[in-house]
Design a protein around this ligand. Structure first.
Ligand SMILES: Nc1nc(=O)c2c([nH]1)NC[C@@H]1CN(c3ccc(C(=O)N[C@@H](CCC(=O)O)C(=O)O)cc3)C=[N+]21
Length: 304
């Protein structure tokens, strides 16, 4: 074993393997529900023709069906009026056969994202973006729907760090979709959480203090090797398409080749957080069908 600084390489956190475990659990619960005549179902709404969104939505639908759940997809033209989208959401809210509703983001500029997400019944809000769900998480409650990527990040961290209490966690990027909810979850675990964003003075200096570094900035190559404290655990949420001489490639927000020499463990991109986001979406859809929140364990029903 060579463990000197020149040969050290971080453990890779395998998001695909972790996602497969969670999907297996979901698939098992789905069979139990089906025995009672319930097939969990997810409605996915896509507005506009963004090619990346179409690929994401196709992958989500495939994953939903692979665990035995039902998916219903709605593809609306880019010029769809907001009122029409709200009508669709309203009809899905009252449809008892629909357990989860996901409106794919980003939405066209003429549609107010907050109005749409707040129109979804909180119990069917599998993204966890509704203000009621965000509010619960903000006060430390985990009985609502919690955003999928944040849940996925915590599961990956728990895999390599059994006890998160007292650790110094630094979040880079504070979107409502990823950074903020992840910060809330890590605070719930007892971490000391620092949230950095575009206006932060010295993000590198904050990052160097991190035992846990979560990067969700959407900026390829933002985090360099010298931003990472030796032995830190790095979660790279970024998904950036970069053009290279031999075609396009997906990279994260972390300069992986540098970070792998400093960190104790790191998530790759692809194959890290992304697959966990999908697996947690399946989990949330299951939770919605079972009438519970993300953070509540499945009820163990006795036979008969
Ligand atoms: N309402 C809403 N909810 C979302 O959860 C949502 C959304 N809108 N809009 C877009 C983003 C993006 N997102 C991803 C999920 C999985 C992967 C994923 O599985 N990535 C793979 C493959 C990456 C690739 O090759 O493209 C990986 O990282 O290994 C990526 C991105 C969910 N989003």
């Amino acid at each position: 074993m060579h463990n000197n600084s020149s040969s050290h390489r971080a453990t890779l956190i395998d998001g695909r393997a972790e996602a497969a475990v969670l999907k297996g659990l979901v698939a098992h619960e789905v069979t139990r529900l089906q025995a009672r005549g319930i097939t969990p179902s997810l409605a996915v709404v896509l507005v506009g023709e963004d090619p990346a969104s179409h690929i994401y939505v196709r992958n989500k639908i495939r994953a939903v069906e692979a665990v035995g759940m039902r998916s219903i997809s709605y593809r609306l033209p880019a010029h769809t009026p907001q009122a029409e989208l709200l009508e669709l959401v309203s009809s899905l809210n009252t449809d008892a056969a629909v357990h989860g509703i996901l409106v794919q983001l980003p939405l066209p500029a003429h549609i107010d994202r907050d109005v749409v997400t707040d129109a979804i019944t909180p119990a069917k809000d599998v993204d966890g973006f509704h203000i009621d769900n965000a509010g619960k998480l903000a006060v430390g409650r985990e009985d609502g729907m919690i955003p999928c990527t944040a849940v996925g990040c915590r599961l990956l961290l728990r895999r390599v760090l059994p006890d998160l209490a007292g650790l110094h966690a630094v979040i880079i990027g504070c979107s409502n979709i990823v950074g903020r909810p992840t910060a809330r979850l890590l605070l719930n675990e007892g971490c000391t959480v620092v949230m950095t964003h575009l206006q932060s003075r010295d993000v590198a200096a904050e990052a160097r203090r991190a035992d846990i570094l979560v990067v969700a900035a959407g900026h390829a190559g933002l985090v360099r090797g010298d931003w990472i404290k030796p032995g830190a655990v790095v979660i790279d949420v970024g998904i950036n398409r970069v053009e290279q001489h031999d075609g396009a490639r997906i990279v994260g927000d972390v300069e992986f080749d540098e970070a792998v020499l400093k960190a104790a463990a790191i998530t790759p991109v692809p194959g890290g957080v992304g697959p966990m986001t999908i697996a947690c979406l399946l989990w949330n859809t299951l939770c919605a069908a079972q009438g519970r929140g993300t953070g509540q364990l499945p009820r163990t029903e006795s036979a008969g």
